[in-house]
Structures are given as structure tokens and as C-alpha cells.
Design a protein around this ligand. Structure first.
Ligand code: ZN
Length: 151
């Protein structure tokens, strides 16, 4: 189990240091900004949707390794999915990191590396920031940044 944990940690550190899907895209039709005041993470997420499918997901911003890695892996996971599939992955990811109920693993793929986050409640906001920001972008709430609230 500890080997698995190291592997997970390695993936998070790798994506935290060298994020994929980083940078503002030339074309995007939805975006939103998210801020996690608990940790100081700030992200902007852009998406391009065509025929109800996510063609591109990109982000910019500053944050801790977990928030950046989460945004990076989110982009990899969602590209090419339908908006409906992306919403299901959002729900599964949320279940994974909050531990409320076991997530349906089939849709998570590499995102499973964030499973350990549930043991660190203060880090849950870091892991979910990109996802809440994505959802705000999908819902077109660009003018209403999803301030992550404390519980
Ligand atoms: Zn953070």
C-alpha cells in the first residue's frame, strides 16, 4: 500500500511541477475563475465545447502542487468527453476526495491518485478547486467566481 501511495504522490508532484494543459487557449467559449482562500490557490479554467463535447480544457494560475496537479489531470481526463460525462466525472471525483461514499471507479482513471486527499480535509479544497471552477465555467457563471467556502 505504501508503494502505491508513493506512486500516487509522484504523479501529483509531477503534474504539480509540470502541469499539462497549462496556458490560455486561442479559442475558448467558456471560462471561470476560482479561488481557494484557505491555501491561496487561484485558477482560471477555459473550455471549448463543440457539439456538446469538450474539445479543450486549459488553465492558468498559481497554487499548491495539489491544486495545480488536479487541474492538469482534469484536463487530460475530460478532453473529448461529452458535457454529461464530464459532470459524472466531477461527481465521482468529488466523492473520491471527500470520502462521503465510494466513487464509481470506472470513470476516474488516473484521477484515482487523489484518493489520499480525503485524509487531509484542508487539502480537499485544493483538489476540488479546478473542478468547481470548471463547473462554474460550464454553467456560464463567469461573473461569479466560485469562492470556495469554508465549512
Ligand atoms: Zn492548495
Amino acid at each position: 500500500m505504501s508503494d502505491l501511495r508513493d506512486l500516487y504522490q509522484e504523479t501529483i508532484l509531477d503534474h504539480g511541477k509540470n502541469p499539462r494543459n497549462f496556458g490560455r487557449p486561442d479559442e475558448a467559449d467558456h471560462h471561470a475563475e476560482g479561488h481557494n482562500p484557505l491555501c491561496g490557490d487561484r485558477l482560471t479554467v477555459w473550455i471549448k465545447i463543440e457539439n456538446d463535447r469538450i474539445r479543450d480544457v486549459r488553465f492558468e494560475g498559481n497554487g499548491c502542487a495539489i491544486s495545480v496537479a488536479s487541474a492538469s489531470l482534469m484536463g487530460e481526463a475530460l478532453r473529448g468527453m461529452s458535457v454529461e460525462q464530464a459532470r459524472r466525472v466531477f461527481d465521482a471525483f468529488h466523492q473520491l476526495v471527500t470520502g462521503d461514499e465510494p466513487p464509481p471507479a470506472e470513470s476516474l482513471g488516473k484521477l484515482i491518485v487523489f484518493g489520499g486527499v480525503r485524509e487531509f480535509p484542508v487539502r480537499v479544497k485544493c483538489a476540488t478547486l479546478a473542478w468547481h471552477t470548471l463547473r462554474a465555467a460550464l454553467e456560464g457563471r463567469q461573473d461569479e467566481p466560485p469562492e470556495v467556502t469554508t465549512e
